[in-house]
Design a protein around this ligand. Structure first.
Ligand SMILES: Cc1cc2nc3c(=O)[nH]c(=O)nc-3n(C[C@H](O)[C@H](O)[C@H](O)COP(=O)(O)OP(=O)(O)OC[C@H]3O[C@@H](n4cnc5c(N)ncnc54)[C@H](O)[C@@H]3O)c2cc1C
Length: 357
């Protein structure tokens, strides 16, 4: 079988790109797991925040907002970044970082916004545009759109090796499939460098970091009006979920070799300890715990583009791959199909050439 473009990885990155290009090229989507979305995409905290990832990610997040809103994927949440007196510098830096952007941030007293917040948390920044994202529906809709436009999805097909000769990739999967494609897209998330190495391409230095999430029942139950609460110094974040539950993360980052990660007891304990230092709620039960891999290039910006002939990077989506997916897919499609760069975002900042000088 011969394709114009073979995309490796059917998480949000591969699925969104396939949805964008499927009607203009013969596309194959190869997924190593039986179920697309099993890794980072299915394990996220499911929020859209224009400040998350910093000012160089913000253009991608902001540009994705209208698409996500129009599709009904966002629900209002609002965020408050909180700090203690000793975090005054971090609060000022956050306001400064985004002063030249369209993101509306204002200094606030966090006490009235977070019931039960301990009195030492005296400083806050309000980010009213922050929203919940319906990740499962977004990912499912991208896969459905890709399928409608003719993309073939093959699950349980882990790419074992790829070799390029005469402008054609010969791609072998671990279950013995062999396909040919003109362009190979690496959308393998935490495995992006591994897929490059299996294709004879120099890795980009994309490192997976484990991040832990816990779902808690608290006393009192979390009010539905609670905003997304994020420690400005990076110790934790939490947000309300259906049924008065709480999703909490200790904001951990453990570098590791890509694999099917699970939450560690110690990180769950650290998360709860940090929550208890922030609010006076009692933790009644840990209902769920999970972990996923957030994968970053050395400068923590994503990598979109061709570094070597025929090998297209679409990786390094870090902790913002869902909220940036519509803009990222638009950039990826423009670069792949030679449509010229989009005029609202400069893709040069995310080009792989920045690591190949
Ligand atoms: C705990 C946590 C919270 C997060 N919260 C948010 C959030 O609130 N908002 C947000 O925007 N982002 C968030 N993120 C980040 C977001 O989840 C990721 O950036 C995004 O899911 C990355 O998508 P992906 O498609 O690149 O990776 P993945 O979803 O991991 O998909 C990569 C796929 O490639 C497949 N693959 C790997 N190797 C091969 C191979 N050799 N052959 C075939 N297939 C292969 C894998 O099986 C996998 O399915 C969070 C991440 C974590 C872990």
């Amino acid at each position: 079988m011969r394709y114009d473009i073979a995309i490796v990885g059917a998480g949000i990155a591969g699925a969104s790109l396939a949805a964008k290009i499927g009607d203009r090229a013969r596309v194959l989507l190869l997924e190593g797991e039986e179920r697309p979305g099993y890794h980072a995409t299915g394990r996220s905290a499911a929020f859209w925040s224009e400040t998350y990832g910093g000012p160089h990610i913000q253009p991608l997040t902001t540009a994705s907002g209208p698409v996500l809103k129009a599709g009904g994927y966002l629900d209002p949440l609002g965020a408050v970044h909180i700090g203690r007196d000793e975090d005054a510098g971090a609060i000022a830096a956050l306001l400064d970082e985004f002063a030249a952007t369209p993101v509306a941030l204002t200094g606030v007293d966090p006490q009235p916004l977070v019931p039960g917040l301990r009195p030492t948390w005296t400083r806050g920044v309000s980010e009213p545009t922050c929203a919940y994202i319906d990740v499962a529906r977004l990912h499912g809709d991208y896969l459905a759109q890709a399928a409608r436009s003719g993309t073939e999805l093959v699950s349980g097909a882990r790419v074992a090796a790829a070799t390029r000769r005469d402008d054609t990739w010969r791609i072998e999967t671990e279950d013995g499939r062999v396909v040919a494609a003109t362009i190979l897209v690496d959308a393998a998330g935490a495995w992006a460098d591994e897929v490059a190495a299996r294709s004879g391409v120099v890795p980009m230095g994309i490192t997976p970091y484990r991040r832990t999430m816990v779902q808690l029942q608290t006393d009192p139950p979390v009010p539905a009006t609670l905003p997304f609460v994020i420690d400005v110094s990076g110790g934790f974040y939490f947000k309300p979920e259906a049924g008065g539950r709480l999703w909490l993360s200790p904001h951990d980052e453990h570098p590791m070799v890509a694999h099917d990660v699970a939450a560690e007891e110690l990180d769950v304990a650290i998360a709860i300890d940090r929550l208890e230092q922030a609010v006076d709620w009692r933790v009644v039960r840990v209902e769920r715990r999970w972990a996923g891999l957030r994968s970053f290039a050395p400068d923590r910006l994503p990598v979109y583009g061709m570094a070597e002939p025929g090998f297209f990077w679409f990786a390094g989506q870090g902790g913002f791959g869902i909220q940036t997916a519509p803009a990222a897919a638009r950039i990826g499609a423009a670069l792949l199909l030679g449509a010229g760069p989009p005029d609202d975002i400069d893709p040069a900042r995310y080009a792989p050439q920045r690591f190949r000088r």
